[in-house]
Ligand binder design. Structure first.
Ligand code: 3PG
Length: 398
């Protein structure tokens, strides 16, 4: 495959450049950590190979990452301490936790440490404003820089952009894999291309939906996105969550929201699972969408829709999926989403799946066994697939 599109003037990291150096690795450790435990560790697992490679090459590793959106203030619940503990177990070595990398003398204190992790970099305001002086402060900690944070590469933040300009900068192997897999789906999909979009945030997903309605052969919609379309069409959705449909602006091709949502390529569940309360123990009933009552919650897709979607997926050459199909916060309502994952596993297509909610609902281990590529990125995956340039990748070009 021609990689020139995203690799032009970018060096992919190789261990030989790290020998004896201090390596700053920007990782994406934006993971949930209830009570200090990390149920979904996919994002951390993705960074371990490059850490191992650097350590083996005799480099000293300095890890920079964020959790959540503290917007320049210290928020204890968003500390990266649980990740430092996780790393100590995974790497079988001490991983000192630098709670203030900008404190006087911090750099000297930690100089000999082979591997260390900084506190959540978004605790400092300079990160999100891409402050140049903040990038320079970070650069003092390293001799070279690796971006191994695909999931944050759509953010023009200091540890992604300002810092990358100050040191020899490389693309990490996991970032390379992400871009290669997503580029294939975006630019050279094996036909038919079936796109699956679920979850919420229609406004954010609208550009991707528009693009897939032009480039894909079928677009399957579920979750809150489907509820939004039912409501837009005037169907009763009871107490189910839906969103405002963005105003009917026309795009360059003259399409507006309502004509897009009525496209023949669009496949929306015709039957749904409803409940009267959002407890997992609630009695589930399958109804045609036309029969939903005002006191119903739509929580999953029905069998007939599943069968129809499975048939589409069976014929697919490429499948790309972002966003769950039910109210998957409650495991009992994740059945449709899990069945969809099984249907993708049975299909002989190249498949790319992303978004934290799908990964949480189906399980990273299951997905890694059954699909061609599991993307660690949510927003970054959407941005790349819609053709946006990722600032964190652009910053690596020389
Ligand atoms: C993500 O979870 O998608 C990344 O870590 C980026 O986080 P953000 O959406 O808070 O910028």
């Amino acid at each position: 495959m021609n990689n020139a599109g995203f690799l032009k003037k970018i060096g992919v990291f190789s261990p030989s450049v790290a020998a004896g150096k201090r390596v700053l690795i920007r990782a994406d450790f934006d993971v949930d950590a209830p009570k200090g435990r990390i149920p979904d560790d996919l994002r951390i697992l993705r960074v371990l190979p490059v850490i191992h490679a650097c350590l083996k090459a005799g480099a000293r590793v300095r890890l920079i990452a964020h959790r959540g959106r503290p917007h320049g203030t210290h928020v204890k619940s968003l500390s990266l301490r649980p990740v430092a503990k996780y790393l100590e177990r995974a790497l079988k070595r001490a991983v000192p936790f630098v709670s203030d990398p900008f404190a006087d003398g911090a750099e000297r204190t930690y100089e000999p440490a082979p591997c260390l992790l900084f506190e959540n970099i978004r605790f400092w305001p300079g990160e999100e404003t891409n402050d140049d002086a903040f990038g320079a402060e970070l650069a003092r900690w390293g001799d070279l820089y690796i971006n191994e944070a695909f999931a944050n590469s759509h953010r023009a933040h200091a540890s992604m952009v300002a810092l990358a300009a100050k040191l020899p900068a490389y693309m990490g192997p996991a970032l390379y894999d992400e871009l290669r897999s997503l580029q294939l789906v975006r630019d050279k999909p094996k036909r038919p291309l079936v796109a699956i979009l679920g979850g919420a945030k229609l406004e954010t997903k609208m550009p991707l939906l528009k693009q897939f309605l032009k480039t894909a052969d079928a677009v399957i919609i579920g979750g809150v996105l489907a509820n939004t379309i039912y409501a837009f069409e005037g169907d009763e959705i009871g107490k189910s969550r839906s969103e405002a449909v963005p105003a009917g602006r026309q795009d360059k091709s003259g399409l507006n929201t309502s004509s897009l949502l009525r496209s023949k390529k669009l496949h929306i569940p015709s039957d749904v699972v409803v409940v009267k309360s959002l407890r997992g123990s609630s009695r589930r009933t399958v109804k045609d969408i036309e029969s939903v009552d005002p006191d119903d919650y739509i929580v999953d897709i029905g069998e007939r829709s599943m069968k129809h979607f499975s048939e589409l997926l069976n014929k697919a050459g490429t499948i790309v999926w972002n966003g769950p199909f039910g109210y998957t916060e409650v495991p009992e309502f994740a059945r449709g989403t899990k069945m969809l994952a099984r249907a993708i596993a049975r299909a002989k297509a190249i498949s790319v799946v992303g978004g934290g909610d799908v990964i949480a609902a189906v399980g990273a281990k299951t997905l890694l066994r059954t699909v061609t590529h599991v993307s660690a990125g949510g927003g970054a995956m959407l941005a790349f697939l819609t053709g946006e340039k990722l600032p964190g990748v652009e910053a690596l070009r020389r």
